[in-house]
Design a protein around this ligand. Structure first.
Ligand SMILES: [Zn+2]
Length: 337
């Protein structure tokens, strides 16, 4: 597919986007101001604190780049501002829809309760007109009680802004199977969820996530060649949230060509392309599509399918998805595809 068309396209969707891994330099500076931190850092110094280098070893090192942004997100005003600023930026970058995820428990070190964090996130998100929903992350390194509180708050707040749960964090250190009780509860409460799996751990992690009832799998890379899982994914309309640059950073793949992308698309699997963390991975959704196109020479029909997959996989009611599909069609027409 012609690269110019990918660059000029203004209808992108990002379903796998972590707030704290996606703060740009201007937002970090504003958050430092809100936290009364003297801003004597150069752009390069901020980048060093929020972005992995080419020598990133694995997911554990990757996750260490969240420490500084998380330290800035411990007050109501900072949280509110960050959600507002991120949504405004996504709109400027040519997206038509995004799902922004975060762990409320990570923003409680300054004394806020998880509920106050969620309320501040909703308040900030609602100040921007950009069409985005929020996903609450349960964290692998948090205790059961904290995560269960997040599940119950998801039930309380699910609606116009909060739409689902996720499980994130160091998959290699805290296996998916250990979080069963949380997802039994989520299912009982009728809360949909995605789970990070098959990224730093193998296909068994994806199998556990699917057994819990996950509708979407974050990454899933290590299950792409598992016939039983692929059969299940096809038969149950499961979505894969693929995040290419992030997978290169954490060495889940050596090359984008390691994905059997065309094979998955030919099987009509709901593959989607996402950023994961625009600051930690130094990327954008447009950049992810350029990367995929450079490797696979996408057909225009495949580009369209990937974006339609994202909308069809969104945690939205059917009527909202149909409206977005219409908007997407107009955006395709703008670049003559
Ligand atoms: Zn992620």
């Amino acid at each position: 597919m012609n690269k110019e068309k990918i660059i000029n396209f203004k209808g992108y969707v990002d379903l796998h986007f972590h707030l704290d891994g996606s703060l740009d330099i201007a937002t970090v500076r504003e958050l430092m101001k809100l936290n009364n931190i003297k801003d004597d850092l150069s752009d390069e110094e901020i980048r060093k604190k929020t972005k992995v280098g080419k020598d990133c070893k694995d997911l554990n090192e990757y996750l260490s780049k969240f420490d500084f942004p998380i330290s800035l997100l411990q007050t109501k005003s900072a949280i509110s501002y960050a959600f507002y600023a991120v949504k405004e930026r996504l709109m400027r970058e040519g997206l038509i829809y995004a799902e922004i995820r975060f762990s409320p428990a990570f923003f409680t070190s300054g004394g806020l309760t998880q509920e106050e964090v969620i309320a501040s996130a909703i308040e900030g998100a609602c100040r921007s007109k950009f069409n985005a929903k929020l996903i609450l992350c349960l964290m692998r390194n948090q205790n059961l009680e904290t995560n269960m509180e997040t599940v119950l708050l998801a039930k309380k707040y699910i609606g116009d802004t909060i739409v689902s749960l996720d499980l994130a964090g160091a998959e290699g250190l805290f296996p998916t199977k250990d979080f069963r009780s949380l997802f039994i509860k989520a299912k009982e409460l009728d809360i949909p969820f995605t789970i990070h799996a098959g990224e730093a751990d193998g296909a068994s992690s994806v199998k556990a996530a699917l057994d819990f009832g996950a509708k979407r799998i974050g990454h899933g890379v290590n299950s792409f060649k598992d016939k039983d899982i692929i059969d299940y994914v096809i038969n149950n309309n499961i979505t894969y949230e693929v995040c290419p640059t992030s997978n290169l950073n954490t060495r889940v793949i050596n090359s984008v060509l390691d994905y059997p992308l065309r094979d998955l698309l030919n099987k009509n699997i709901l593959v989607t392309i996402n950023t994961d963390n625009t600051s930690v991975s130094n990327t954008s959704i447009q950049n992810e599509f350029i990367l995929i196109n450079d490797s696979f020479d996408l057909k225009e029909s495949e580009f369209k399918t990937l974006l339609k997959n994202s909308i069809n996989s969104a945690f939205l009611p059917r009527t909202d998805k149909d409206a977005l599909l219409k908007e997407l069609d107009l955006k395709f027409k703008e670049i003559n595809i």
